[in-house]
Design a protein around this ligand. Structure first.
Ligand SMILES: [Zn+2]
Length: 201
């Protein structure tokens, strides 16, 4: 009896109840996991875009060569390395694009949105820039003055040097003349005393 039924129905039989139970359990678990994930990720609140407060270094490695081996950390291989995103960009334009880009700013915790400035902020900014300009001017004046002083000093030095040279040349000439001259002539001309004393070593 059993053998005939096996032959007539060769299809596998599924325990539908059991599998339905398993399926519903899995569905439940998935739903719960999703809910958990949703709870874990509250809507991400990123800061507004801020101004960079450092100067981007684009040319410190210009014209230099570096040996790169297999073991060189990626930060030191050629190109521009971004330590925030741990990536390498091959040229300065793309590097600037990268650090101004969405992905990089996101890694810094910023969105691409900018804060809307209030009137007060704008006024303050104007004031700050004005101050900066004045400071710059003052610095410039100071720099200019320092430069002038330096130039004056240089000129003085140059003048002294020239005078010294001049003196020395005269002295040398005198010595040479006195050296070339026969001793009697020298003595006649009044050089004898000093020709001997100031002879070059
Ligand atoms: Zn980056």
């Amino acid at each position: 009896m059993s053998s005939t039924s096996k032959i007539s129905d060769h299809r596998r039989k599924w325990d539908t109840e059991e599998y339905e139970r398993l399926a519903s359990e899995r569905l439940q678990a998935e739903l719960e996991a999703q809910e958990k994930a949703n709870q874990k990720l509250p809507p991400v609140k990123r800061d507004f875009l801020r101004q960079r407060d450092y100067k981007v270094d684009l040319d410190s490695k210009l014209g230099k060569s570096v040996v790169i081996t297999k073991n060189t950390p990626s930060s030191q291989t050629g190109g521009y390395y971004c330590n925030v995103c741990d990536c390498i960009v091959k040229d300065s334009i793309n590097f600037l694009d990268h650090i101004n880009g969405k992905k990089h700013q996101r890694n810094l915790g910023m969105s691409m949105r900018i804060e809307r400035s209030s009137l007060d902020q704008v006024k303050k900014r104007f004031e700050m820039n004005k101050k900066k300009l004045e400071e710059k001017k003052r610095d410039y004046d100071l720099e200019q003055r320092m430069k002038e002083i330096q130039e004056e000093e240089d000129k003085l030095k140059e003048y002294r040097r020239e005078r010294k040279k001049e003196k020395k040349r005269k002295l040398d000439d005198a010595e040479e003349e006195s050296g070339d001259m026969p001793s009697e002539l020298a003595s006649i001309m009044g050089f004898s005393g000093f020709g001997g004393a100031k002879k070059k070593a």
